[in-house]
Design a protein around this ligand. Structure first.
Ligand code: AGP
Length: 606
């Protein structure tokens, strides 16, 4: 949440800061701002809304300067208005911040007593005044460290100084911060994606570290003010993957490329010749695992719910699933024989990271399933299984969900094979099904493209919708409801179809859209009975199935016929119409597809 950029150069930095902020907008988009050092003073410009508005302000009233910081905000403390937008500046310093300062109220009172006058309602302004205060007594690095030690909570910071007018400083605790090396300029960014158009040479700050950038040098310090050395990483050059191309928005691109991303991921893990799965030096012996605990947030959590069904079906290992924000604060008994798996697209989600950190501190086995392999979660877990989906920019997660499910499924089959809980014939059959999956996804995308737009129109006359499924279709129902909520702002519930009669059936009224997921599986007949209960009460049913012949489609408003596939893989195909449904309903309602209201892509605050 919130995007930060900082550049120390020997030429004007405004245009590069604006371009980087546009890339970072997926992290927050309720206000934006920039500060540069102009004629020895801090020059700050801010606006509400998108970076485009900031660009217009700069067009009328240009900023220049060879040092600058920029910010896009996802509001935590204080409404999204111009005053609360970052940077927050005094005469001496200017600060951009991602994170939350938990003791800001106490610090504010103390600073007010010293005569500092606060303009905003943010927690960030205390950092500005603390730095201003400490700089009266201490040198640059000491003043930053003194400030950081006063703060409780999480932060990534970009800072400009009037006195040290050739440096941009960065610091972090809890929230990520990347440092980039360029020709005659150096960079700070809240993720490496924002820096990729300028450099592929990156260092990640660790908690408690500080960086001091000039245009030709970067120095790193620890919390004891001692200089330290950091490794430089060379990032892969996948710039094009992060462009929209001919698509209207990132989400439609990301939905439509799922056959390719799944193909890439299958290729990475499946040895198609030997009909085997390669987990590349997976350091944990599956025979020693007593229990697996799967942890994630939002869509990533839904992939964990799906994985629970697979693991329980294919292995004999007990499985637990948990939402990271609950796991991190509950009294959980962590055991050395258990494997804790963390699922996250961004690899930066604060709750998931905190849950991982708890496990690391208790020295239990950890593994992460991430898309961003340079992320904090990837770097801090014992082993990483990447999903190989390429950059996902749309705030609503689509191709990453498919990738997370795929890697979890692959892991379940391989663990089962090593533990000899699956026959060789069944193992090979599952691998063959996996190899066919990308083509089936392509077929489903083509088929759905023609139908969903029509179905979406029904959702314009309703205040809500329900998604129902049993077994593996239940997590897909949860995911379908989440996608519709976050994109079209319609109330939506995902439920196990068998639970309806225990309460939610009361919601069914004439015309309420109810999406029924009924693939050919052991629950099929039961799900169809639940569907009839919905129809009998006036629900407008959209049935998604691959068992057409057995369905009496009378009174079903729409039936979507999915291609046939192995029982375990039907969920991949069923997910596609739900993603497209949310997309088209949101488009018809003119919602901002890639940047839904109140949300951000990378949730780096609690
Ligand atoms: C999904 O569409 C969401 N925007 C959200 O639920 C997301 O999946 C969640 O915040 C977790 O993010 P992560 O995968 O990057 O950890």
């Amino acid at each position: 949440m919130c995007g930060i950029i900082g550049i120390a150069s020997n030429k004007s930095v405004t245009s590069n800061i604006i371009q980087s902020l546009k890339k970072l907008e997926y992290r927050g988009y309720d206000s934006a701002g920039i500060a540069t050092i102009l004629n020895g003073n801090i020059d700050e410009k801010k606006c509400t809304g998108r970076v485009d508005n900031l660009e217009k302000i700069l067009f009328k009233n240009p900023s220049s300067g060879s040092l600058g910081i920029g910010h896009v905000r996802w509001a935590t403390h204080g409404v999204p208005n111009q005053v609360n937008a970052h940077p927050h500046s005094s005469e001496e310093v200017s600060v951009v911040h991602n994170g939350i300062i938990e003791n800001s109220n106490v610090l504010k009172k103390n600073l007010e007593k010293k005569g500092y006058k606060f303009k905003s309602q943010t927690d960030t302004e205390v950092i500005t005044f603390l730095l201003t205060d400490f700089l009266k007594e201490y040198d640059l690095v000491e003043a930053i460290n003194k400030t950081l030690k006063t703060l409780n909570g999480s932060f990534a910071l970009g800072i400009l100084f009037k006195k040290y007018n050739n440096v941009v400083a960065g610091a972090r605790r809890g929230s990520p911060l990347a440092v980039g090396y360029g020709p005659n300029e150096n960079y700070l960014g809240s993720d490496s994606y924002a820096l990729k158009s300028m450099t592929n040479k990156i260092t990640y700050l660790d908690d408690g570290e500080i960086c001091i950038l000039t245009n030709n040098k970067i120095d790193f310090y620890n919390s004891e003010n001692k200089k330290i050395n950091k490794k430089i990483l060379i990032l892969s050059n996948d710039k094009n993957l992060a462009e929209k191309g001919d698509y209207k928005d990132f989400m439609s691109k990301e939905i439509n490329e799922q056959n390719t991303t799944i193909k890439t991921c299958v290729k990475e893990y499946v040895d198609q010749l030997r009909k085997d799965i390669n987990l590349y030096n997976f350091p944990i012996n599956p025979l020693d695992i007593k229990k697996i605990v799967l942890i994630g947030c939002g869509t990533a959590y839904h992939s964990c719910v799906a994985a629970k069904y697979w693991f329980e079906e294919i292995t004999n290992i007990p499985i637990e699933i948990d939402v990271a924000s609950e796991f991190r604060y509950r009294k959980v008994n962590l055991h050395k024989e258990n494997l804790y798996i963390f699922v996250s697209q961004s690899g930066e989600t604060a709750d998931t990271f905190a849950a991982l950190d708890l496990c690391k501190k208790n020295k239990v086995k950890t593994c992460s399933i991430v898309n961003v392999v340079e992320s904090s979660i990837a770097r801090n877990s014992d082993f990483v299984l990447p999903i190989h989906a390429g950059p996902e920019i749309g705030v609503a997660s689509t191709k990453a969900f498919m990738g997370q499910m795929l890697v979890l499924y692959i892991l379940a089959i391989k663990i089962s094979e090593i533990r000899k809980e699956i026959s060789r014939v069944d193992y090979e059959k599952k691998i063959n099904d996996l190899i066919k999956l990308p083509d089936l996804i392509k077929k489903t995308l083509n088929y759905c493209g023609n139908h969903i737009q029509i179905i979406a129109k029904d959702f314009l006359q309703t205040n809500g919708a329900i998604f129902l499924g049993r077994g593996l279709s239940f997590p897909i129902a949860l995911e379908g409801a989440l996608k519709l909520k976050e994109l079209s702002y319609l109330h939506a519930e995902g439920y196990p179809a068998g639970e309806m009669k225990h309460g939610p059936l009361a919601l069914i009224e004439e015309g309420l859209p109810v999406v029924i997921l009924a693939p050919k599986d052991r629950y099929f007949e039961k799900t169809i009975s639940n569907m009839q209960e919905v129809i009998a009460r006036g629900g407008k049913v959209i049935l998604i199935t691959n068992e057409i012949n057995k369905v009496i489609s009378e009174n079903v408003r729409f039936t979507l016929e999915m291609p046939e596939t192995g029982e375990h893989l039907a969920v991949f195909l069923m997910t596609i119409p739900l993603q497209l449904l949310a997309y088209h309903v949101a488009s018809l309602k003119n919602c901002d597809i890639d940047k839904p209201r109140n949300l951000a892509k990378s949730v780096t605050v609690e």
